[in-house]
Ligand binder design. Structure first.
Ligand code: NDP
Length: 246
């Protein structure tokens, strides 16, 4: 039976590429969409036209109860989750002087609490079955810091600690936990940055002088999800065109 992969935020730029890649490798791919997302039906229809058979479930990853309900429904209707990709995330950039509590909380809950919310209902089953992959999508800005991103950098850095601690706890149970830290990837999150800022401030920081491609991150997710990656755990893998080497 094909393995089940749950990708949060699968309709986003990176998430979609991950869904395509895992589906191409034979996983049964399930994704989530935010409550109120009106594009889910057209996305499912367009991916169906492309030959995919994704299922998508409503889930506010920032909300514990919503995450529990989503996972329960996926496991009942599709099957036990073998691979969890915690990919959903948001930015609310502003300098610390302007940073207010709602924008701090929104980024912390969507990017970091979500990892707890989604992993909690999935992890015990992986341990019982003796196989599982938890892949957390962090950011280069977790280890590098970024102007205007105290909230985002803190949340994404929190993922690293979570990854390492949980990796220790499940290391002997066939479950690996890893973080991927992309640099600037050409998705809506980045292409919405004003062109001038991209060209004068961002691209010049990247030794490869280009944005990364979602497919390049998806390839790394696919590797970490594979049997070949069984000895990789607690890692934080950078994919940033040389922008930050730590
Ligand atoms: P997008 O904005 O394209 O996609 C983000 C996805 O997250 C959307 O599908 C969105 O779903 C989902 N999402 C947001 N909030 C929630 C929520 N509360 N509950 C459920 N889903 C939610 O971003 P990217 O594809 O670019 O980014 C994906 C991940 O990669 C993020 O975690 C981001 O921080 C990280 N990243 C991205 C980089 C980049 O350069 N693009 C660089 C480094 C890290 P919906 O549309 O339904 O709201």
């Amino acid at each position: 039976m094909a393995r089940v992969a749950l990708v949060t935020g699968g309709m986003g730029g990176l998430g979609e590429a991950v869904c395509f890649k895992l589906a191409a490798l034979g996983y049964r791919v399930v994704t989530t969409y935010s409550p109120g997302n009106k594009k889910v039906d057209s996305w499912l229809a367009s991916t169906k036209d492309m030959g995919y058979d994704f299922k998508s479930y409503e889930c506010d990853v920032a909300d514990y109860d919503s995450a529990q309900a989503c996972v329960a429904k996926v496991e009942k209707e599709v099957g036990p989750i073998d691979v969890l990709v915690n990919n959903a995330g948001i930015t609310r950039d502003m300098t610390f002087k302007k940073m207010d509590k709602p924008n701090w909380d929104a980024v912390m809950s969507t990017n970091l609490d979500s990892v707890f919310n989604m992993t909690k209902p999935v992890c015990d089953g992986m341990v019982e079955r003796g196989w599982g992959r938890i892949i957390n999508i962090s950011s280069v800005n977790a280890s590098k810091g970024a102007f205007g991103q105290t909230n985002y950098s803190a949340a994404k850095a929190g993922m690293h600690g979570f990854t390492k601690a949980l990796a220790l706890e499940v290391a002997r149970k066939g479950v690996t936990v890893n973080t991927i830290s992309p640099g600037y990837i050409g998705t809506k999150m980045v292409t919405e940055i004003p062109k001038e800022v991209l060209e004068t401030k961002i691209i010049p920081q990247i030794p490869m002088a280009r944005l990364g491609k979602p497919e390049e991150v998806a390839g790394l997710v696919a590797y970490l999800a594979s049997d070949e990656a069984a000895f990789v755990t607690g890692a934080n893998i950078a994919i940033n065109g040389g922008q930050h080497m730590s």
